[in-house]
Structures are given as C-alpha cells and as structure tokens.
Design a protein around this ligand. Structure first.
Ligand code: NAP
Ligand code: ZN
Length: 353
C-alpha cells in the first residue's frame, strides 16, 4: 500500500476538496504511475454530482491521465520505469467474454472496471481516479504515449475525449467522401472536429454558442451552423452521411435527424443526466436513418487513436488549471465556457494540500 493524495467529492452537493487514501501495492502485472496531468471531462461532473445514478462517495474523478512510470511488477513486459504513459476511462475488465476477446473491453459483458467510482476486480473496492498524485493500473490498461514531451498536458484529453470521438468515426467508416456533422464544441466536440477533419471528412460544426464560430473553423470545420438558427439548419436538410452528437444536455434530436440523408446515421456520445425528448419515428422511417450510441473505445483502439493523433500532430486545446480551481472549472463547464478542455496540472496538488 502507498499513501496517495487526491481531490474528492464527499456528496452530490459538496465541492471537491483534498482527500488522502491508499493505493494498492503494485502486483506482478501492475504499473505504478506518478500522475502529471489529468483532463476534466463532463463525465467527472455527472458522476461527482450523482447525475447518472447513485455514486459511491467519496468520488475521486479523473480519467484523462498522463503520467510517468515509477515502478513495474515482475511480469510487466510493455513498460519500464520512466516511460510516459496514459490511462483512460477503464482500468480493468473480465478479460474472458466475447467483447473483451474482441478488444472491445468497454462493452465487457461482466462490466468493465471504470477508472473511478467502480468496483475493483477481485476486491470490490471503489476505484479512485486521476485527480490524484499517483495510481496503480494493470499493464494491459496502460497506453503508450509517443507525442513530444512538451505536449503532454494537451495529450491527456485524448484518453477520453479523443477515443470517444475517434471510435465512432472509425466504426461508421468516416472518410474523405463524407459530410460529417459534430454537435457541440466542448471537450469531446473539439476533438471530434480535429479527428474527423484529419480523416478527410467535410466537417460541419453545430454549436449553440455563436462566439465559437472562428474557433471551429480554426480547429478544422469547413462550415459552422448555429443550431438555434432555423434558417441555418434548414440549409443542410437531408445532406449528412454521419452526425456525432456530443451534447451533455437533453435537446431536440429531430432538428439533427432531419439533416441526415438516406441511410445516414446520428450517433450519440453525449450522456445527459435526463433523457432527450423522444425523436419522431417518421424522421427515421422515411429515409432509413439510424440513431445510434457509442461508448469510449477499447484499449487497442485507444492506442491506435493515440498513434493516429501523434502522426497527425493532434492534441487537445487546453486551459491548464490548479487542482484547487476544479470547482470553478465545473461551473464554467456547465456554462459551455471551456476552450476546450480543462487539464489539471497535478504538481499543484502538493501546494494546495
Ligand atoms: P463539455 O465540454 O461540457 O461539452 C458539451 C458541449 O455541449 C458544450 O460545450 C456545448 O457546446 C454543448 N451544450 C451544452 N449544453 C447544451 C444545451 N443545453 N443544448 C445544446 N448544446 C449544449 O462536455 P464533454 O466533456 O465534451 O462531454 C459531453 C458529453 O459526453 C457529457 O454528457 C459526457 O458525460 C459525455 N461523454 C460520453 C462518453 C461516451 O463514452 N459516450 C465519453 C465521455 C463523455 P456549444 O457551446 O458548442 O453548443
Ligand atoms: Zn470522459
């Protein structure tokens, strides 16, 4: 066991504060990591506030983790002390069901182990995430980082926002011949714009914030639509091959479904605390449109995404914060006031403890 320091929510309504806890001693297949940077995902907020069902308190959020290896178990073969590594939304899974065998651990039939607020395999102990100074993770859930050392803070958001957008874009085979919509320019959305553009698609960004127009174009969108403006929306009717919807709040899906062409698909990755109003069935029937969902991505695909982003020079646009600024960051996230991902500089933990 070793003593770790983190930031935790003690209840759905309490602000996050400093919290000491124990990490397990590294087992033979484990990697011990000093955490350097941790991105702030909207899922952290949903969980800390129990918006997705009862969370187990204290909640130490954080699943966009970049750090340095400090120790490895005897049987670890992929990593050595000093390596720069990443950890995303999962730290374990059953490893024997069909999805696990197919490198789709996120769909593990026995439930993958989330990086936080999840029962550890074997012990059932609650997992604590990346808003902390160190962690211990099974080797097979640790990712190699090949980006330049100067980019590491901006790489952290790839571990969730990056893979959650990359995976559906790959699954629905987005490429140069496609017109692709990304809905919402937040943490996920801005990665979706960059990655879809790198895949060669004609990217259209939908936003409720007219002030984000220039940024969206700079990030790689060819067109920007302010979704509150019906005339701007109407100009794109029946024209999209694929739309990736990252919005974190309930909204009218029909407004986007009607923009899909014959056989087009809209995939939801945004996971609001309460349901969207039901879409009109005729909007699906009349053009054989699909409405789908997608969950993060498997470990093999996460490595593929990291290597793709390194090869294309893609990182996240970030605002670095101290750990004690996390509660203000959550409030700003709720106001869509993030450009475009907060990342906690974990060295600040030592000074605020
Ligand atoms: P975020 O940074 O807060 O971005 C969400 C964006 O949605 C906002 O920036 C805003 O963009 C738009 N938006 C917010 N409220 C809206 C509203 N009422 N109506 C329309 N648009 C609104 O959040 P995030 O970290 O990207 O996460 C987005 C969602 O994905 C969250 O629900 C999160 O839990 C979920 N998520 C899912 C997965 C998965 O595996 N499926 C993985 C990670 C996260 P504009 O200002 O451009 O409108
Ligand atoms: Zn996330």
């Amino acid at each position: 066991m070793s003593q770790a320091l983190g930031y935790a929510a003690a209840s759905p309504t309490s602000p996050l504060t400093s919290f000491s806890f124990e990490r397990r001693a590294p087992g033979q297949l484990d990697v011990a990591i000093e955490i350097l940077h941790c991105g702030v995902c909207h899922s952290d907020l949903h969980t800390a506030r129990s918006e997705w069902g009862a969370a187990i308190y204290p909640v130490v959020p954080g699943h966009e983790i970049v750090g340095r290896v400090t120790a490895v178990g005897d049987l670890v073969s992929k990593f050595k002390v000093g390596d720069t590594v990443g950890v995303g939304c999962m730290v374990d899974s059953c490893q024997h069901c069909k999805p696990c065998a197919d490198d789709l651990e996120q769909y593990c039939e026995n439930g993958f182990t989330g990086t936080y607020n999840s029962p550890e395999q074997g012990t059932g102990a609650n997992t604590y995430g990346g808003y902390s100074n160190q962690m211990v993770v099974r080797e097979s859930f640790v990712l190699k980082i090949s980006h330049d050392a100067g980019d590491l803070a901006a790489v952290a958001p790839l571990l969730c926002a990056g893979i959650t957008t990359y995976s559906p874009l790959r699954h629905w085979k987005v490429g140069p011949e496609h017109k692709v919509g990304i809905v919402g320019l937040g943490g996920l959305g801005h990665m979706g714009v960059k990655i879809a553009a790198a895949m060669g698609a004609h990217v259209v960004l939908f936003t409720t914030s007219a002030g984000k127009r220039e940024d969206a174009l700079r990030l790689g969108a060819k067109e920007v639509v302010v979704s509150k403006n019906p005339d701007e929306m109407q100009a794109h009717i029946n024209s999209f091959d694929f739309i990736l919807n990252t919005v974190a709040a309930p909204h009218d899906l029909d407004a986007f479904l009607t923009l899909l062409k014959l056989d087009g698909t809209m995939t939801l990755v945004g996971a609001p605390a309460s349901p969207h109003p039901s879409p009109g069935v005729f909007n699906l029937i009349l053009k054989r449109r699909s409405l789908a969902g997608s969950l993060i991505g498997g470990i093999r695909e996460t490595q593929e995404m990291l290597d793709f982003c390194a090869a294309h020079g893609i990182v996240s646009d970030i605002e670095v914060i101290r750990m004690d600024e996390i509660n203000t960051a959550y409030e700003r996230m709720l106001k869509s006031d993030v450009k475009y991902r907060f990342v906690v500089d974990m060295s600040s933990l030592k000074t605020v403890a």
